[in-house]
Design a protein around this ligand. Structure first.
Ligand SMILES: Cc1ncc(COP(=O)(O)O)c(C=O)c1O
Length: 475
């Protein structure tokens, strides 16, 4: 036990040292060849090695090669630094090591509270059992769309789980052109077929065009197809746009569609001062995906599927083999009856700790700080002669592009190629990290600000790094 205690203390120091110093060095660096070879090709030892020695390896060859998202100048994709509470509590979940498939122990019980807290934070209805934690939004989306599929087919006197979908009128899913790829992946996995996913156009602010949605549904219904679900976004990954949720809820109600919202990244944006009107209608959805491992900084992976009618989800997933029948279970049964996973990690602990450590007020402060910086960055971009803002800022994402001082915006391939090359060049310089995307037919740069310690000074460094990278690339 002494070895364990000493190793645990050393691991705690290693963790604290890393988090203390992560902002001092480069944001990211390519892994040097020697360590790359060690990481990828080492042989499994014949005899076990002491924990102390393994921690030395962690200090010298593993912790030295982070993704970069702990650094305040990491602006890539949607990856937050770890919450301090998450980093401290994750090892305790491993020490308990339960399976949260179900049962009467702390894991599933605390998960009930955490899911309720998440629903309450964003004002989503929460009946008992209305949701579960998942590995991330991709899995939460599968949970939500499978619930929608099962409800729709049962309403048609058909059981997709028993009969499959062959012979049933094609089920049509509506996703905006800015909807996340996980919606398409879920539709494909659920056997809907990529061709049955309609791409609804967006307006000039990258929000779903509701008139177009309405007319696409009418066309499909007239052709004998079965519109069954519309998936809106509360915070798109490219620009952070929030779809007109209230108007989409009206359309869904009119046509009996399941209304899903992908709020994986952006749903917490509702807590920013003055933001609530943009999210009106969020509480009218049948399901909402919301990732604690994004804005809240709960260590990866932790997503959440919030469900207004948990019976629909249980109908889609419940399959209890005789060896799992639990006479002690309450009416809600096991979490394993509400999703694809059976063995489930204790995700609730790090999420409970993070939410408790921040408090509602701390979450709102984090959201306000980061959305405020995203707006500041947009203003800096607009003031500069060599940048162009590509979308309004609704959450903490800013979409923009570099252009040479005085050049016309959107002037074709030269600028596209340059903006496509800038992220990797900025990343290699090591002083900031951002990623790119395609938006409105052009190559774009985008930043997603999630770090509580990012400052306005960091934004100025970022813009200068982009300028320097562009200069290098243009040479
Ligand atoms: C808007 C949105 N939806 C869904 C996802 C997928 O989430 P996950 O990576 O947790 O599966 C992401 C990931 O960035 C996202 O930004």
């Amino acid at each position: 036990m002494d070895e364990l205690r000493q190793a645990a203390a050393k691991a705690a120091d290693l963790m604290a040292d890393h988090l203390d110093r992560v902002g001092d060095g480069p944001v990211w660096q390519p892994v040097p060849d020697g360590d790359r070879a060690w990481l990828t090709t080492q042989r499994m030892p014949e005899n076990g090695r002491p924990l102390d020695e393994l921690l030395d390896d962690a200090r010298s060859r593993i912790m030295t090669h982070p993704m970069g998202n702990g650094h305040p100048r990491f602006f890539g994709w949607v990856n937050s630094p770890p919450s301090p509470a998450g980093a401290v509590f994750e090892p305790l979940a491993a020490a308990l090591n339960p399976s949260c498939a179900g049962g009467d122990h702390a894991g599933p019980l605390l998960e009930r509270t955490v899911v309720r807290w998440l629903a309450d934070l964003v004002g989503f209805p929460h009946p008992p059992g209305g949701g579960l934690l998942t590995s991330g939004a991709s899995m939460a989306t599968i949970v939500c769309l499978a619930s929608a599929r099962q409800r729709a087919t049962l309403a048609d006197g058909w059981d997709a789980r028993e009969d499959g979908l062959s012979g049933h009128p094609p089920l049509i899913l509506y996703v905006s052109a800015e909807g996340h790829s996980c919606l398409h992946k879920a539709a494909q996995l659920l056997g809907l077929g990529a061709r049955q996913v309609r791409t609804v156009p967006v307006d000039s602010h990258y929000r779903m065009d509701v008139a177009a949605l309405r007319s696409m549904i009418a066309t499909d219904a007239a052709a004998g197809l079965r519109p069954f679900c519309v998936a809106a976004s509360a915070g798109t990954v490219n620009s952070g746009a929030v779809d007109p949720l209230d108007a989409i809820a009206d359309v869904a109600a009119e046509h009996g569609l399941w209304f899903h919202i992908d709020g994986a990244y952006g749903a917490l944006g509702i807590l920013a001062d003055g933001a609530a009107p943009a999210f009106a209608g969020l509480d009218r959805a049948d399901s909402l995906a919301l990732d604690p491992h994004k804005w809240l900084g709960v260590p990866v992976g932790c997503g959440c599927a919030l469900i207004a009618d948990p019976a629909a989800t249980r109908a889609a997933f419940s399959l209890v083999p005789s060896y799992l029948v639990d006479e002690n279970a309450d009416d809600l049964g096991w979490f394993a009856e509400y999703g694809p996973e059976q063995s489930r990690p204790f995700r609730a602990l790090k999420t409970w700790a993070t939410l408790s450590h921040l408090g509602r007020d701390g979450v709102a402060r984090l959201v306000n700080h980061t959305t405020g910086l995203a707006r500041t960055l947009a203003a800096m971009v607009e003031d500069a002669g060599d940048f162009e803002l590509l979308a309004p800022v609704t959450t903490s994402i800013t979409a923009f592009r570099y252009r040479h001082e005085g050049s016309q915006a959107r002037d074709g391939d030269g600028l596209d190629a340059l903006n496509r090359a800038i992220p990797a060049a900025v990343q290699r310089r090591g002083n900031a990290f951002l990623t790119g995307t395609r938006l409105g037919g052009t190559d774009a740069l985008r930043t997603c600000i999630l770090h509580p310690n990012t400052t306005e000074g960091d934004l100025a460094v970022l813009l200068d790094e982009i300028r320097a990278a562009a200069k290098d690339l243009s040479r």
